[in-house]
Structure formats: structure tokens, C-alpha cells
Design a binder for this molecule. Structure first.
Ligand code: C2E
Ligand code: CA
Ligand code: CA
Length: 561
């Protein structure tokens, strides 16, 4: 840099130096010549001219050489500086690329890739040593509603806060990373030489992690309390092939923990392996299963207080050729994730409307309730699809009830309201499923075009023995009366639960106490004492059977879950 400045101030430093030198030589020669007037036989004038020419040539030569040396040196310095700059930039870019490749930009924690790398390394190390390791998958409870209600920026703040708490609250040697969305993974190594010791140690870490997360956070929209559900998988065990398998097992344990209620921890056990195998089966597209006619429908009655059937809920079943009966709790979320639910849901709706049309023709007084998944409700053309199905099948719209869950109202409520209004204008009935498990219930009741609500079975089952659940059921019944809505109590399993509900004025019930879900034909047959009286003739029965089933199920009992 300094040389650049010098070259600007003295553009021809070398020229000046040469001029001074040449001038000095010239002056020196002239001085000498004055003392020796005759040199080399030349007159003084000739000698002056020769010396001047010689000095001029010398001046040019040395000046040019000097200039060239100077330029080369300057270029070299500039080049070195550029090389240095580009090396620093390249190093920075490399560091940044590495950070982006291995660290989550939101939380600065190791990302999925780095986590998998480390887990694979830990897995291999554990295989070679006598030490157990554990992977804990931590998933925030009800994160989506927080994101939807408070906004994505608040959701990001929350994820950052959770990441920080976990990273600073756990031991330094434990790896905490963000696996994606609201899912974090904690990797624990050297947890002990026996499985029992390692399990207990991992459970203690999980408990600590839950305590770290389960605190109130202040978001832009106000305070929000959060909790997390956790799944633990120990490694290495024989049926784990790699790190991914460990995480899958932890994920299954997490699902189990969710099934038991939020804010809990479950350790993966080999008994959950069947579930794992079933999940793997879903790596193949579900649409294939629909074409292979592996799905069929079950019906479960909705009864009045006298046990009379007032309608039925349509429940989807999947009979996998190798895995056997797969629970809807497993395949519905996966179908929802993959988008296969759109084709599946349409099939259920069509089959249900065909059934409605067939049985309405026979004069059977009942309606069918069909579950509609969030993705279907957001699907463009959903209304037109239902309209077409109703037209094509001739099913009366007023006998079709669509069951939607509260979670579906959280995002894009205006769109949902518009869709439900149009459906209702067509005569279709709208029901809120699993009522009480979502958010801002009163707000929805006031805003949405509704006909029915179904009180979630968790409240019904606890209500007779749990005063707080009893109060909740009371309140829901009072509110629905106020809004003039029908109400169905789901999951009624005992006489005590029924008595409790009847006492409080509930009039519609669904649950094992009245009957388990059954294959369509069996269900219809039980509606009356004789099967023949319902279906008129066997030909019609056969027709219904083909329409309602992909094929005849191998085992048609649907016991308690
Ligand atoms: P859901 O809509 O809440 O359906 C009621 C579930 O409770 C059914 O489980 C039913 O068999 C079960 N159940 C009924 N009575 C009792 C009882 O007394 N005790 C207990 N413990 N359980 C009872 P299922 O058939 O396994 O379905 C589970 C979930 O899968 C359904 O919950 C629904 O959300 C979903 N699902 C089922 N079929 C469809 C479908 O065609 N489309 C969509 N989108 N979802 C479906
Ligand atoms: Ca339902
Ligand atoms: Ca339900």
C-alpha cells in the first residue's frame, strides 16, 4: 500500500535517481576536464558532447531499467496482496459453506446432516466398545398453533430459545441439534455398560431437557407456555442397521409418548418394532394400495339414549397383504404427509355416498359421517368434488356429515369458513371432531357454520371420576345448547359414562358400549333384527358389498384399540 502511495507522489522515482547519478557523473567529468583540457585527443567541445551523449544514453538505460524493476516489484506486491485477499475470502466462504452445510441457520445448532454424521460415528464407536449410547428426539407440543397464532417470527424466536436452553442446560459432551421443524435431537454417548444403567441415565437427561423446555416464554403476542414430548432409543441393539434406524426408533417412541398424552417421555422397546415395520411399508406410495383394493370401510353407530342407531361414522381400514391390519393412526398421518390422503379421502367420500344412496333407497333412516383431513379441506376443487360425487351417486346431501377437527381452523380460517359455508349451502352437515382438544373453541363455534360437535373421548372416559373433566363436559354441553348444535359424546365405553352423560342432558353417543366399528354389511345387518328385511334381496346386498369394500376383509372384527 505504501509503495502505491509513493509511486503516486513520485511517479518516476527511478528516473529521478538516474538523473541525479548521471548529473553527478557529468559534473565530475566536466570538473576533471577543466584540469586536463585535452582528453583522448578530443577538443573540449567534442569531449563535452561525447560525455553529454554518453551520460544521456546512460540516463535512459538506467532509468528504463529502474522503471521496469520498480513496476515488476509493484506488480508483485499487488499480486501478493490480491492472492492474500482471495485466500482470506475463500477461507471465509469455506467456513460459511461449512456452517450452512452442518449448522442450522436459525438456532446455530448442528443440523440434520451433522447430527446424522455424529450419530453414525457414535453408533460405530458404541458397536466397538462396551458402552451404550442414546438418541433422544424432542418434539415441541402444539408448536403449530403457536406459529399460526403468534406468527412465524414468534415461532422462530421460540425455536431459538429452546435451542439455547437445551444447548446451555445439558452437558457439554452431549450433542444437541435441530433435526427439522420443531424437532430437536440430543445425542448421548458413553452412558454406561449395561442397558438398564444407560436407560436410566438417558431418562434423567430427558427429564432435564423437558424441564428446560417447559417454561413460559414471552412472545410478541404475549406469554406462551410450552412443553415437549420425547422419545428415546438406546444403541447399539441388533435390529439397528445404522444411525437412521436409531432415529426411527426414537421417533416411534416419541409417537407412543404422544399417544399417552403430551409432555411425556417414552423409551423405544422391541415390542414397538412391528410399528416400525409397518411404517417402513409406507415408504411405498399409499396410492398403490388403493389400486390394489387393500382399503375398506367400517361403520360405527351413533346412538340415541335408547340405543337406537341414528347414524354412523365411516372409518377407514387398511389390510396390508403382509403386515395385516394397519391402524389408521399410523397410515392416516403418513397419507396426509405424502398427499395420498387426497385420493384416499375422495375414495372414502365416494364409497360413503354410494352407500348412502343405496340405503336411502331402502328407506333406512340414518346419516353417514365422513372424516375430512386438513389437506382435503385445503384442496382446491374440494367443493366441486363433493358436488360431483353427490350428483353422480344420487346421495342426499343432508345425510352426509363431514367431520373436521379444530386444528384445521388454525391456519387460513377465512378460507375454511368459506369452504364450510359453501358445503353447508349444498345441504351437507358439518361436525367438529375431537372437540375440546384444540384451541379457542368458543371463537370457532361463533364463527363457523356448524351442525354438530363431538366431545373428544378423552373427556368422556375421564369425566365420571375426574371433577375437572366433568366440569368441562358440563360446559361443552351448555355451550352447544346455547348455540343450538347437536352434540355427540365419543368413546362411551361403560354404563357409568353413559349415566353421567344422560344426567347432563347429552342425547347422542358413540363408543364400544354401543358397538365397535364393523364392516359395512355387518353393520347394516345389525340395524334390524333380520338381514333380509334391510336389504330386500341378496342381490342388492351383494351389490352393496362390492361397492363398500375394496374386497372382503380377512378378519372382520375390530376390537378395542
Ligand atoms: P376419530 O375420527 O376420532 O374416530 C374415532 C376413533 O375412536 C375410531 O378409531 C374408533 O374406532 C375409536 N373408538 C370408537 N369408540 C371407541 C371407544 O369406546 N373407545 C375407544 N378407545 N375408542 C373408540 P379408528 O377407527 O382407529 O380411527 C382413528 C382415527 O383415524 C379417527 O379418529 C380419524 O381421525 C382417523 N380416520 C379414520 N378413518 C378416516 C378417514 O376415512 N379419513 C380421515 N381423514 N381420517 C380417518
Ligand atoms: Ca371422527
Ligand atoms: Ca373423534
Amino acid at each position: 500500500m505504501a509503495s502505491k502511495r509513493m509511486s503516486k507522489i513520485f511517479p518516476s522515482f527511478w528516473w529521478m535517481l538516474c538523473s541525479i547519478l548521471t548529473g553527478a557523473i557529468f559534473v565530475g567529468v566536466v570538473y576533471k576536464m577543466q584540469s586536463h583540457p585535452m582528453m583522448f585527443g578530443m577538443s573540449p567541445a567534442e569531449a563535452y558532447l561525447s560525455v553529454a551523449s554518453f551520460a544521456g544514453i546512460l540516463l535512459c538505460g538506467v532509468g528504463m531499467l529502474g522503471e521496469r524493476v520498480f513496476r515488476m516489484r509493484r506488480d508483485h506486491i499487488q499480486l501478493s496482496e490480491q492472492v492474500l485477499d482471495s485466500q482470506v475470502a475463500a477461507e471465509r466462504a469455506r467456513e460459511e459453506a461449512e456452517r450452512l452445510a452442518f449448522y442450522d441457520p436459525l438456532t446455530d445448532l448442528p443440523n440434520r446432516r451433522l447430527l446424522l454424521d455424529r450419530l453414525q460415528q457414535a453408533f460405530t464407536d458404541a458397536q466397538g466398545s462396551r458402552q451404550w449410547g442414546a438418541a433422544i428426539v424432542l418434539d415441541l407440543d402444539h408448536f403449530k398453533p403457536i406459529n399460526d397464532i403468534h406468527g412465524h417470527a414468534a415461532g422462530d424466536d421460540l425455536l431459538r430459545a429452546v435451542g439455547q436452553r437445551l444447548a446451555s442446560g445439558l452437558r457439554r459432551r452431549d450433542t444437541v441439534g435441530r433435526y427439522g421443524g420443531d424437532e430437536f435431537v440430543i445425542l448421548l454417548e458413553n452412558m454406561g455398560s449395561s442397558r438398564e444403567v444407560a436407560t436410566r441415565a438417558a431418562e434423567r437427561v430427558a427429564q432435564k431437557a423437558r424441564a428446560l423446555v417447559s417454561r413460559t416464554v414471552t412472545l410478541s403476542g404475549g406469554p406462551a407456555s410450552i412443553s415437549a414430548s420425547l422419545g428415546i432409543a438406546l444403541f447399539p441393539v441388533p435390529d439397528q442397521a445404522n444411525a437412521l434406524e436409531v432415529l426411527r426408533q426414537a421417533d416411534i417412541a416419541l409417537s407412543r409418548s404422544r399417544e399417552l398424552g403430551c409432555d411425556g417421555t417414552c423409551v423405544f422397546e422391541s415390542s414397538m418394532a412391528l410399528e416400525l415395520r409397518q411404517r417402513r411399508a409406507f415408504d411405498y406410495p399409499l396410492r398403490g394400495a388403493l389400486e390394489r383394493q387393500e382399503f375398506f370401510l367400517y361403520l360405527q353407530a351413533k346412538n340415541d339414549v335408547h340405543g337406537q342407531v341414528k347414524g354412523a361414522e365411516v372409518l377407514l381400514r387398511w389390510e396390508h397383504p403382509e403386515l395385516g391390519r394397519v391402524a389408521p393412526e399410523i397410515f392416516i398421518p403418513l397419507a396426509e404427509e405424502s398427499g395420498a390422503i387426497l385420493a384416499l379421502g375422495e375414495w372414502v367420500l365416494r364409497q360413503s355416498c354410494i352407500l348412502l344412496a343405496q340405503t336411502a333407497h331402502l328407506g333406512v333412516e340414518y346419516s353417514l359421517s365422513v372424516n375430512v383431513s386438513p389437506r382435503q379441506l385445503r384442496q382446491s376443487g374440494f367443493i366441486a368434488m363433493i358436488q360431483n360425487i353427490l350428483q353422480e351417486t344420487g346421495a342426499p346431501a343432508f345425510r352426509l356429515t363431514l367431520e373436521v377437527t379444530e386444528g384445521q381452523f388454525l391456519s387460513n380460517i377465512d378460507h375454511v369458513i368459506a369452504v364450510l359455508r359453501e358445503l353447508r349451502d349444498m345441504g351437507v352437515r358439518i361436525s367438529i371432531d375431537d372437540f375440546g382438544t384444540g384451541y379457542s373453541c368458543l371463537f370457532y363455534l361463533q364463527k363457523l357454520p356448524l351442525d354438530e360437535i363431538k366431545i373428544d373421548q378423552s373427556f368422556i372416559q375421564s369425566a365420571p371420576n375426574d371433577p375437572s373433566c366433568a366440569v368441562l363436559v358440563d360446559a361443552i354441553l351448555a355451550i352447544t345448547r346455547q348455540f343450538g348444535l347437536d352434540v355427540v359424546a365419543e368413546g362411551v365405553e361403560s354404563q357409568a359414562q353413559l349415566a353421567f352423560l344422560v344426567d347432563r342432558g347429552c342425547t347422542r353417543f358413540q363408543g364400544y358400549y354401543f358397538g365397535h366399528p364393523q364392516p359395512v354389511v355387518e353393520f347394516l345387518a345389525t340395524l334390524d333384527s333380520t338381514r333380509e328385511s334391510h336389504f330386500g334381496d341378496r342381490q342388492r346386498l351383494a351389490a352393496i358389498e362390492t361397492l363398500a369394500h375394496g374386497r372382503e376383509p380377512a378378519d372382520n372384527t375390530d376390537g378395542p384399540r
